[in-house]
Structure formats: structure tokens, C-alpha cells
Design a protein around this ligand. Sequence first.
Ligand code: HEC
Ligand code: HEC
Length: 300
Amino acid sequence: MTTFWSGWIIVLTALNIVGCWWLIRWTMKKRAGESSEGDVTGHTWDSDLQEYNNPLPRWWLYLFYITLVFAVVYLVLYPGMGTWKGVLGWSSHGSQYEGEMAAASAKYDPIYKQYAAVAIADLATGDEYQDARDMGKRLYLTYCMQCHGSDAGGSRGFPNLTDDDWQYGGSPEAILASIANGRNGIMPAYAHLDETSTGQLAEFVLSLTDRSTDTAGAEAGKAAFIANGCAGCHGADGKGNQLIGAPNLTDAYWLYGASPSMIVKTIKGGRNGVMPAHKELLGDDKVHILAAYTYSLSKK
Ligand code: HEC
Ligand code: HEC
């Protein structure tokens, strides 16, 4: 906040408080020409309903004063006047949020730590570790659901975590690495290729799952697959390479869609899937529990 806006808020707030004070005093004053206390004011409604000039009850009036004093005391102790932090130095971030986080850490960190000492495969399958998997599920629903879906079934560009097809590997170590360090699949764009070439390449990719309808095209595509370096990443047989996240093109699992038009789109435009790293955000113990939960999903 700039000094100007801070000052603006301070002046407005102070004027309001002083204004309220003045208003109370003003309404209590007797003015010339007014009826005196206890008399009728001369205002009449519904032919016989008359207004009397009676003072506010004392307790009511004191309530007004108390709220004003409360406001002043509050604004001295707590933040409220522009950028003034209040004499207590309280803040929702520092005092409240971090305090609550610290309390939660003190409570749960030992439990996370205890599970982090157990091997991922055991956590994922052992009956005695159901609690750890429940914890993993809650963490999953907080940190992963928005991308991989509430059922971890994924969607276009976001891998399904419940099947047995892994872009980067389904071993406990590979899953842990995916979550901790993140992943970034780079499929280069072949924008320079003409339609015939991309069509033939797509035809070859389709032939890997027995869906090609153009044998000659697929044959030409096979040569282009090697000539354009596709085989360098996806392998000459199209079975992929988990080290760089190049998907297996011979199975029924598609990250970006199985249709010929989606395959052409992938080749022409390239793809760049990003799985964010979670090690810094969550710490090793939670990442370990999340890896066990993810591993358990594919082992059902
Ligand atoms: C911002 C979206 C996003 C979030 C949040 C996210 N992921 Fe991912 N995740 C991705 C994408 C995209 C990929 C695929 C990366 C690629 O295409 O190279 C991926 C890949 C993965 C993989 C590798 C899958 C494979 O087939 O090898 C695992 C495991 C994974 N995520 C687990 C998780 C877990 C557990 C969480 C929660 C801690 C999480 N992800 C949070 C987007 C996300
Ligand atoms: C530098 C390595 C590399 C090269 C070269 C490469 N790819 Fe890829 N390809 C990838 C990666 C990595 C992905 C996954 C992208 C992601 O995770 O976002 C991918 C994704 C794909 C997909 C989508 C798969 C799916 O499941 O939806 C297709 C199809 C594909 N590549 C075909 C090709 C073809 C055809 C060529 C050659 C013209 C080629 N790739 C060249 C690395 C490569």
C-alpha cells in the first residue's frame, strides 16, 4: 500500500470515529425552538399517535460510547489504520496462520515421519498401513486432485495414475521421483513438415496399435519416424522411453488422445507436459506417503 492510500484510510477511519462521537453529543443537545424533555414534539401519526421528546435510555447511550472506546482501543492494538501494525504486532499471517501451521506440524509431523521410515511398497499394500494410505488420500485430494482428477483417473494431458501404464515408470522409486522433483515431457514440434509427411507419420503411429488403413502411408511413415528422430526418443519399435517420458505408442493408453487428428496435432505442435515438483512444498515425508498412495492406486 502506498503512503497516500494508507493515510487516506487512516484519515477516513479517524473522521468516522470522531463523527460518531459528535453525532451522539449533537442529538443530546437541546436546541432553541424545540420542545423540552417530556413534552410532545408536535409530530403526529395516524391521527392520534404522538411523538414525545424523551432522552435515550442511559444504558443505550453508554453502549454507543463503549463501542467507540472499543474501536479506538482495537485500532491501537491491532492492524486497521492503514499500514500501522498495531502495538501488539499481531498479523493473520505471522501470528495466526503460521501459528496454526506450527501446531499442526507438531501434531502430524511425527506420524508422517514414522510412515516415511517404511518402504513405499509396504505402505502401499500392508493391511496395517491403511491409516497411512488414508492420509495419502487426503494429501492427494489437497495437492494433486486439481490436475489428476478426484479419482486419479487423469484427463487429456494429465496422466491416469490408476492404470499400469507409466510415462516415467511405475516403480516406487520412479513414482517418488515424479512427485518430488516434478517432470517435464518435451515432445518437439514438427511444424516444418508438410501435411503428407505428418499424415504418414500418424499413419505409422496408428499402425503400432493396428489401426492403420493405409499400408503404403504407414510404410513411408516408418521411414520418416527414423529419419525425423522420433525413434531416438520413442524407440524404433515405438515402445517409448521412461527416462525422458517419451510415451509408449504401441499400447492403448494415450496422454493426448488416440484419434488420428490428435496424433497429427501432437506431431505438428509438439507437447510440453509439466508435473510440478513437490519436494520443497510438502517435504520428504509427505512426498513419501503420497508416493505410497499413488503406488497403491495402480496395484488394485
Ligand atoms: C499442475 C498440475 C499437476 C499437479 C498439481 C500434479 N500433477 Fe502429477 N502430473 C502432471 C502432468 C501434466 C504430468 C505429466 C507430465 C508430462 O507430461 O511429462 C504429471 C505426471 C505425474 C506422474 C508420472 C506419471 C507417469 O505416468 O509416469 C505422477 C506419479 C504424478 N504426476 C503424481 C502426482 C501427485 C501424487 C501429485 C500431488 C502431489 C501431482 N502429481 C500433482 C500434472 C500435475
Ligand atoms: C526429444 C524426444 C522426442 C522426439 C524426437 C519425439 N517425441 Fe513424441 N513425445 C515425446 C515426449 C516426451 C512426449 C510426451 C509429451 C508430454 O509429456 O507432454 C511425446 C508424445 C508423443 C505423442 C503423444 C502420445 C500420447 O500418449 O498421447 C505422440 C503421438 C508422439 N510423441 C509421436 C512422435 C512422433 C511421430 C515423433 C517424430 C515426428 C516424435 N514423437 C518425436 C518425446 C519425443
